[in-house]
Design a protein around this ligand. Sequence first.
Ligand SMILES: [Zn+2]
Ligand SMILES: [Zn+2]
Length: 174
Amino acid sequence: MKAETRITEELRLIPRWSVIGGLIAFALVQYYFWVFLPSVRTRPPELPTALRFYLILSWGALAALYVLMIGYISNDAPRRGMDTRVWMICVIMPGGIGAVLYFLLRQPILSHCPSCGASIEDHFHFCPHCSWQVAASCGRCFTSTRVTDLYCSRCGHDLASDHPPARLHAFSRE
Ligand SMILES: [Zn+2]
Ligand SMILES: [Zn+2]
């Protein structure tokens, strides 16, 4: 899969409510610093305008990013079998620690066995519940193979010599 399409797919996981929430968070930060704070402050601001502009935009972007992260995790955690609520709360830990932890600790994406519906990780060759073969593999070293492969990419084994051929086995098993 191309990196570009992968990023687009990941971005699609960000729900609309969190995009709107992010925009609101950004607007609220701008309102607070540009409208509310000057109205209650008695002294004029100490920082030069350009620097204030930069800092306030950055704070706004950061607030928006947090809301987008929460939205992303609300869709990303379930497909990895992770506790969605706990991680949506963890991610707002200060300094982005929660987000770093999430990406360090997140589990592989789960899919479902076409035969019995059990959760299976993408590196599995067989369903651990019903032994349905979910991926073609080499008959000698059991590395995953693609259906178009004639020889194993790891050990060079002739896949057609497996009986029935491993690369077709995944699709012929009843
Ligand atoms: Zn199964
Ligand atoms: Zn092999």
